[in-house]
Design a protein around this ligand. Structure first.
Ligand code: GLN
Length: 537
C-alpha cells in the first residue's frame, strides 16, 4: 500500500517547499523505500514550456521531453530519479483532460464541476503516479489561501478518505519571521495559515518552520498548541549554507522517524547518508576556489539557470573547490566589451532563446578561445561558439540562423526543413532524451568514458552540416553525433585546453554525489588555469 506525503506552503512563497519535499524523499529513499514525487502547479499553462525564466525560473526538461517546473530538478538531483511528464501536473493539464473527456461524452448527463470532476482528475493522477511506490511525495505549488490552489487542497483532503487517514501525512511549510522592533520571532502568520488549512479540513501533521533564528523558548510550544500538533512535529528549518544540508538537518531533528511513525512504516534501517554527508563536508570545507563566468541573458534572476549552477556546484565540490560564480550579462559584454571577463578561470555560456545578447555571447566565446580559457557552451552556448569560430577563424560572414539574422547569408546554425512549418513559434522543438555517439579520443569521450550517451535536448536550431567539414579543417571538430540522424551534438576545439560545446543540456542529469562528467572536467580544467592555491583563512 502506497503512503502519501502532501507538502503545502503557507505565509509566503519561496520558502523552499520543493527542497523540503525533496529532502524528506532523500531520507526515505535512503532507508530503502521506493519513493516517487509529483509537483502540482496551480497555473493555467499546460506546462512550463512557454513560461519566461525571468518570472518562473528555469524550465526543467525530463527524459521524456516534458517541460516542467524547476522543482522537478530538485527532486531528480536529491532523489537521483529520472522523472517524466506525469510527475508534474498543472491546472491547465487537468482542465484540458477534463474538457476533452466532457467532449467525448464521458460525463454524459452530469454537470461538470470543479468538485468532483476536477478534484477527481487530480486524485486519479496522484494515484497513478503513486502506483508501485512505497511513498509518494506530492507538493502543491503556491501558498495556502490562493484561490487557484483550492481544488488541489480539496483533492488531497479527499485522498485521505480514499486511502485511509493513517496512510497520509500532511506537511505544512511556513515562515516564522523575526520582527526586529519587537526583538522576537512571531508565530501568528503560521497560526493563520494553519487555520486556513484546517478551515478546508486539513490538519497538518508536521509543521516545518523556516526561520532565520532557532525556535527557542516557548515558540515551539506555542505553535504546537495553536496549530494542534505535537511539539516534536514542529520542525525548525533555519537558513542553511547549502540546500544539500537540509536532509541532514531534518534527519538530526528526527523528522524521518516522525514520518515513518505517522505512516505506520516499520523503521528497519537507518538512512544510508554516507556519500551525502561526504558531499556536504566537501561543500563546507573547500580547499580552494574556482571562478567561473556565466554569460547569459537572465543572469539577474537567481533561478533562471538553476540546474546549470547546481551542476557547477557538484563539479566544484568534486574537485574540492568552492564555486565563485561571476554572473555576466551578455548585453553588457555587447555594449562594454569583454572586460568583465578578466581574471575568470572558466567561461560558460548557457542555453537561451531569442536574439538578445547573442553578440555578447559570441564575444565571450572569442575571449575564451583566444585566451585559452576553458569554455563550456550549452545549447545556445554551443551554437554561438560555432558562429564565433566560423566568423573569426574561417572568415565566413556567419549568422546564427537566417531567421534570427535575416540579412546575413551564412546560417551556420539553422532550422531543419521539417522543423520550419509547424508551430506559431517558428518550428517544433527537439525535446527530451536523445542518444549520441561520441568520437573516440575526443575530450567528451575522455570525460564520459563511454561511446554512447544519452542527453536531454530543448532547442529548435541545429548545426548546419554544410559547414561541418570547413570548420573541422580549421579546428572546430565534431565530437558527438545523434544516433541514427546526422546531427552534430558536440563540437570541440583542437589545440585549446578545454573547449566543448554541446547541443544538449547536460546540467539536467548532474547529481550532487555524481557530478556530470563534462561539468566535472570543465571545472577541473578551469581549476588549472591560475592555480589559485589553498584558501587562506
Ligand atoms: N534558441 C536556440 C534553439 O532554439 C537554443 C535553445 C537553447 O539554448 N535551449 O535552438
Amino acid at each position: 500500500m502506497t503512503k502519501f506525503i502532501f507538502v503545502t506552503g503557507g505565509v509566503v512563497s519561496s520558502l523552499g517547499k520543493g527542497i523540503t519535499a525533496a529532502s524528506l524523499g532523500v531520507l526515505l529513499k535512503r532507508r530503502g523505500l521506493r519513493v516517487s514525487v509529483i509537483k502540482m502547479d496551480p497555473y493555467l499553462n499546460v506546462d512550463a514550456g512557454t513560461m519566461n525564466p525571468f518570472q518562473h525560473g528555469e524550465v526543467f526538461v525530463t527524459e521524456d521531453g516534458a517541460e516542467t517546473d524547476l522543482d522537478l530538478g530538485h527532486y531528480e538531483r536529491f532523489l537521483d530519479l529520472s522523472l517524466s511528464s506525469d510527475n508534474n501536473i498543472t491546472t491547465g493539464k487537468i482542465y484540458s483532460s477534463v474538457i476533452a473527456k466532457e467532449r467525448r461524452g464521458r460525463y454524459l448527463g452530469a454537470t461538470v464541476q470543479v468538485i468532483p470532476h476536477i478534484t477527481n482528475e487530480i486524485q486519479e493522477h496522484i494515484l497513478k503516479v503513486a502506483d508501485g511506490n512505497d511513498v509518494l511525495i506530492a507538493e502543491i505549488g503556491g501558498t495556502v489561501g490562493d484561490i487557484e490552489g483550492l481544488p488541489y487542497l480539496e483533492a488531497i483532503r479527499q485522498v485521505a478518505g480514499r486511502v485511509g487517514r493513517g496512510n497520509v501525512l500532511y506537511c505544512h511549510v511556513t515562515l516564522v519571521p523575526f520582527i526586529a522592533a519587537a526583538g522576537e520571532l512571531k508565530t501568528k502568520p503560521t497560526q493563520h495559515s494553519v487555520n486556513e488549512l484546517r478551515r478546508i479540513g486539513i490538519q497538518p501533521d508536521i509543521i516545518v518552520c523556516r526561520s532565520q533564528f532557532p525556535l527557542e523558548g516557548d515558540i515551539k510550544d506555542k505553535i504546537a498548541l495553536f496549530c494542534n500538533v505535537r511539539k516534536e512535529a514542529v520542525v525548525e528549518a533555519l537558513d542553511a549554507p547549502s540546500i544539500y544540508r537540509i536532509p541532514l538537518t531534518l534527519h538530526d531533528q528526527g523528522v524521518d522517524m516522525l514520518v515513518l511513525r505517522q505512516l505506520g512504516i516499520p523503521a528497519t534501517q537507518e538512512p544510508d547518508l554516507m556519500d551525502w554527508r561526504e558531499f556536504d563536508h566537501r561543500c563546507a570545507n573547500p580547499e580552494t576556489e574556482v571562478e567561473i563566468a556565466m554569460v547569459g541573458k537572465y543572469v539577474s534572476h537567481k533561478d533562471a539557470y538553476l540546474s546549470v549552477v547546481e551542476a557547477l556546484r557538484h563539479a566544484a565540490a568534486a574537485g574540492g573547490a568552492k564555486l565563485v560564480l561571476r554572473h555576466v550579462e551578455a548585453e553588457d559584454v555587447e555594449r562594454d566589451g569583454v572586460g568583465s571577463l578578466s581574471g575568470v578561470q572558466g567561461i560558460l555560456v548557457p542555453g537561451g532563446f531569442g536574439s538578445r545578447g547573442i553578440e555578447g555571447k559570441i564575444a565571450a566565446v572569442g575571449y575564451a578561445r583566444t585566451r585559452k580559457i576553458p569554455f563550456f557552451g550549452l545549447c545556445l552556448g554551443m551554437q554561438v561558439a560555432v558562429v564565433e569560430f566560423a566568423r573569426n577563424v574561417c572568415g565566413i560572414a556567419a549568422a546564427h540562423s537566417s531567421e534570427i539574422d535575416p540579412g546575413t547569408p551564412n546560417p551556420v546554425i539553422h532550422l531543419l526543413e521539417e522543423q520550419r512549418t509547424i508551430s506559431d513559434l517558428g518550428g517544433t522543438m527537439r525535446l527530451g532524451g536523445y542518444t549520441c555517439e561520441l568520437v573516440q579520443g575526443s575530450r567528451s569521450h575522455e570525460a564520459y568514458k563511454k561511446s554512447v550517451i544519452r542527453e536531454r535536448h530543448r532547442h529548435r536550431y541545429e548545426f548546419n552540416n554544410e559547414y561541418r567539414e570547413r570548420l573541422a579543417r580549421a579546428g572546430l571538430v565534431t565530437a558527438g553525433v545523434c544516433q541514427g540522424r546526422d546531427l552534430v551534438e558536440i563540437v570541440e576545439l583542437e589545440g585549446h585546453p578545454w573547449f566543448v560545446g554541446v547541443q544538449f543540456h547536460p546540467e539536467f542529469t548532474s547529481r550532487p554525489v555524481r557530478p556530470h562528467p563534462l561539468f566535472r572536467d570543465f571545472v577541473a580544467a578551469a581549476m588549472k588555469v591560475t592555480g589559485k592555491g589553498a584558501l587562506q583563512d
